[in-house]
Design a protein. Structure first.
Length: 256
C-alpha cells in the first residue's frame, strides 16, 4: 500500500481502519489522533514525509453556538489539506444527498463536496450508517441498540418505522478505502451497503432473541430523513458484499 496519513484516526472508522492495516502487517502510515484546528494545522505532516495519500475521516455531527470549529472540521480543513496533498480522500455522507432536511451537518457536507469536486486530486467517498463494532464514544442508532441489548432494566425501545437506512458494514468500507488508495481514485463515489431497511426492522433483527418490546414511532422529519436515495458506485460494488443478517451476526460476535 502507498504511504498514507490518516486524519480522524481516533474516531469510529479511523480506529478500525488502523487495526485492519496492522492486522495486514501494513505499517507505512501515520495517524493524526489529536484534535486539529485550521490555525494550528501543520501541513508539513502531509508534505514533508512524502505521503502518497491523505485520508480525512474527521467529522463533527452537530453544531451549536459554542462550537467554533464545526465548520473548520467539516469544510475548511479538508479543503486546505486537498490543496497540499498528492492524493486526498474525503469521507462524506449520504446526508450530502438529503433533500428533506437542511441541518448544519448536511449543509457542511454539501458545501465541502461542491468545493472538493473542483480538485483533480481528490476522491469523495460517500457512505451511510456504518456499523460493525461497538465504540464507547460514538453515539449512533447502532450503539443505542447495543446499549438496549445489554441493559436488563430497559424493556421498551421506540424506533422509527418509516425511516430507512442503508447499513454499511465497516469491514467492507475499509476494503473499499484500500482500493481507492491503491488505485489513487479521484472523483465522487458512493460506498454503501446493498440493502435498504427500516430502523424498526433492523432493530427487530438485532434484538430478536431477547424478550423486549419494540414500539414504532412516526418520524417527525426534524432530524432524520425518511429515506435518502443512494446506490453504490459500480466500480466499488465488489467490496460491499456483506448482507444485513451476516453483518449483524459479525457485529454481535465482536461486542458480546
Amino acid at each position: 500500500m502507498n504511504k498514507i496519513v490518516i486524519f480522524g484516526s481516533a474516531g469510529y472508522l479511523g480506529k478500525f481502519y488502523i487495526n485492519q492495516l496492522l492486522d495486514k502487517q501494513i505499517f507505512n502510515f501515520s495517524a493524526i489522533v489529536e484534535k486539529i484546528s485550521l490555525k494550528d494545522l501543520d501541513v508539513k505532516k502531509c508534505i514533508d514525509r512524502n505521503f502518497e495519500s491523505v485520508l480525512y475521516f474527521s467529522t463533527k455531527l452537530q453544531s451549536n453556538k459554542n462550537d467554533k470549529d464545526f465548520y473548520d472540521v467539516n469544510v475548511n480543513i479538508p479543503i486546505k489539506l486537498s490543496e497540499i496533498s498528492k492524493h486526498f480522500v474525503y469521507l462524506s455522507s449520504d446526508y450530502a444527498l438529503a433533500e428533506d432536511i437542511e441541518n448544519e451537518y448536511s449543509k457542511s457536507k454539501k458545501e465541502a463536496e461542491q468545493l472538493l469536486k473542483q480538485k483533480n486530486n481528490t476522491c469523495i467517498l460517500r457512505t451511510s450508517s456504518i456499523y460493525g463494532y461497538k465504540s464507547k464514544k460514538r453515539k449512533s442508532f447502532f450503539s443505542l441498540l447495543q446499549d438496549f441489548y445489554e441493559d436488563d432494566s430497559r424493556k421498551v425501545l421506540k424506533v422509527y418505522k418509516d425511516s430507512y437506512i442503508k447499513p454499511t458494514f465497516i469491514d467492507d468500507l475499509c476494503n473499499c478505502i484500500d482500493f481507492i488508495v491503491d488505485k489513487k481514485l479521484v472523483g465522487c463515489y458512493n460506498g454503501v451497503g446493498r440493502e435498504y431497511i427500516s430502523r424498526y426492522d433492523f432493530a427487530k433483527k438485532y434484538l430478536y432473541e431477547i424478550a423486549k418490546e419494540i414500539i414504532t414511532i412516526e418520524n417527525d422529519k426534524n432530524d432524520t430523513q425518511n429515506f435518502i436515495e443512494i446506490e453504490c458506485s459500480g466500480i466499488l460494488k465488489q467490496f460491499f458484499l456483506t448482507g444485513i443478517d451476516d453483518g449483524i451476526k459479525r457485529h454481535k460476535e465482536r461486542v458480546l
